[in-house]
Ligand binder design. Structure first.
Ligand SMILES: Nc1ncnc2c1ncn2[C@@H]1O[C@H](COP(=O)(O)OP(=O)(O)O)[C@@H](O)[C@H]1O
Ligand SMILES: [Mg+2]
Length: 304
């Protein structure tokens, strides 16, 4: 595949990373990534050996995405370990949300989007013409930055995906609602007011409600896009605890700009930069002993 050169907002930053190092007389290896990007050359992501032992539930193979003329993702090849929590980190605008939305084909809704390469869920292509997108999204629960409860009751919010699926049996819906709210650590707070509007809940409760809704149809993967960025520290802590509990049953891919959060909740971390996957390994290694200078600079808070 040819690498299309387009204007990339972070390109100036890539340059300054290199210059800063040179200026400090650093003896670290040259900044491979920034150099390759500046030269318009493809490069191999630094994928740590620990990934090899993991079973993939989701894989991207040379996946690229363009918004019109502007390329947002460059040949992303990565696998998501089944039953683990993987954090997706990187500076704003590097393509984290785009990658997440590519997985459940939310980008289909954006005009002018074009993709190349493949994303496979349990071995079958997500972009195959025969894929039923509604079915696909049931297999991939998604939670966004800002809680988005529907203007309906707490109960109806949680069971919404099942209703869409045609489920009408009261007993089934009631059971699923309680199970999901318990799993989302919200049951005790709302069990006596399931008929009340979801819009009356606090921000943290609304986000847990969205998680309950995302898991009610028992998805294979839960995609979380900065789920705590609008929450206070206490609500954030509850969501983090919840992610750890949920992770016992689901595979989770979480975008976060909070490095401590990534370190607390995930077993694997993928660092993205300028639309590329740059480094990917266990969270412990990526934070503790990153291979690439870009990764180190980012995880130690020196840019981004
Ligand atoms: N709907 C869209 N239309 C055009 N460009 C977009 C759209 N969404 C995102 N982009 C661009 O794609 C790049 C990656 O954005 P995004 O995936 O939101 O990054 P991140 O989540 O890492 O902050 C950015 O340059 C952004 O401006
Ligand atoms: Mg984003």
């Amino acid at each position: 595949m040819t690498v299309v050169q387009t204007e990339i907002p972070g390109q100036a930053m890539a340059k300054s990373v290199v210059e800063t190092k040179a200026g400090l007389g650093s003896e670290r290896r040259p900044s491979k990534v920034a150099q390759a990007i500046r030269a318009g050359e493809p490069f191999e992501a630094e994928v740590h050996d620990e990934l090899a032992g993991e079973t993939a539930i989701l894989t991207a193979e040379k996946f690229s995405l363009w918004y019109g003329q502007s390329r947002a993702l460059f040949d992303i090849t990565m696998k998501l370990p089944k039953g683990k929590v993987t954090a997706l980190i990187g500076p704003s605008g590097c393509g984290k949300s785009t990658l997440l939305r590519s997985v459940n084909r939310m980008n289909d809704l954006v005009d002018g989007v074009r993709v190349e390469g493949a994303i496979m869920l349990d071995g079958s292509s997500v972009y195959s013409p025969s894929v039923d997108v509604i079915e696909l999204r049931k297999r991939l629960g998604m939670v966004f930055q800002k809680a988005n409860p529907f203007p309906m009751s707490i109960f109806e919010n949680v069971v919404y995906p099942l209703r869409v699926d045609g489920e009408r049996r009261k007993a089934v819906l009631t059971e699923a609602c309680e199970r999901s709210l318990r799993a989302a650590a919200l049951w005790d707070e709302v069990k006596d007011r399931l008929k009340d509007s979801a819009l009356g809940l606090s921000g943290g409760q609304q986000q847990r409600l969205c998680i309950a809704r995302a898991i009610v149809a028992d998805p294979e993967v839960l995609l979380l896009d900065e789920p705590c960025s609008a929450l206070d520290p206490v609500a954030t802590m509850r969501i983090e605890e919840l992610i750890s509990e949920i992770a016992e049953r689901y595979t989770v891919l979480i975008v976060t700009h909070n490095m401590q959060q990534a370190a607390r909740v995930s077993q694997f971390t993928a660092f993205m930069y300028l639309g590329r996957l740059v480094e990917y390994g266990t969270t412990q290694e990526v934070f503790g002993r990153p291979v690439l200078p870009e990764t180190e600079q980012y995880v130690t808070g020196r840019f981004g």
